[in-house]
Write a protein that binds this ligand. Structure first.
Ligand SMILES: [Zn+2]
Ligand SMILES: [Zn+2]
Length: 128
């Protein structure tokens, strides 16, 4: 594998350690050392604050698991189903946890979650 200088934490910014890294042929961006990779990821997260972090995904998964343990695989009621409780389908219409108050509507990223089926949650409109 050929090596080349680290591509740096951002375009036009040199790598502080100037490490030689292995260049992957066909890679989308220049190869970089682990420190620069972390810096790039952080910059990406900052540009897209609504992006779900790993921790947030885990929190949603836990909320869904807890709901299933408590209520079974049942959506508590959503507009497409006349707000009546109904069975959800793990494949066609799975249960999802979304923010009670969408982040786009002023809710906080770590605010309370509500569990609804996917159709119900997407019917609520605003990206949550
Ligand atoms: Zn680097
Ligand atoms: Zn539903």
């Amino acid at each position: 594998m050929p090596t080349r200088p680290c591509g740096g934490p951002a375009p036009g910014r040199p790598c502080p350690t100037r490490q030689l890294v292995t260049a992957r042929p066909g890679a989308k961006q220049p190869a970089c050392c682990p420190a620069c990779g972390t810096a790039r990821q952080r910059a990406k997260d900052a540009r897209r604050p609504e992006r779900r972090t790993y921790g947030e995904q885990q929190r949603r998964r836990a909320a869904v698991a807890e709901h299933i343990a408590r209520c079974g695989y049942v959506c508590p009621g959503c507009p497409p189903y006349g707000n009546h409780p109904h069975h959800a389908d793990p494949v066609a219409n799975p249960l999802t946890a979304e923010h009670l108050v969408p982040v786009g509507a002023g809710g906080s990223e770590d605010g309370p979650l509500s569990v609804l089926c996917r159709r119900g949650n997407s019917a609520k409109g605003a990206r949550t």
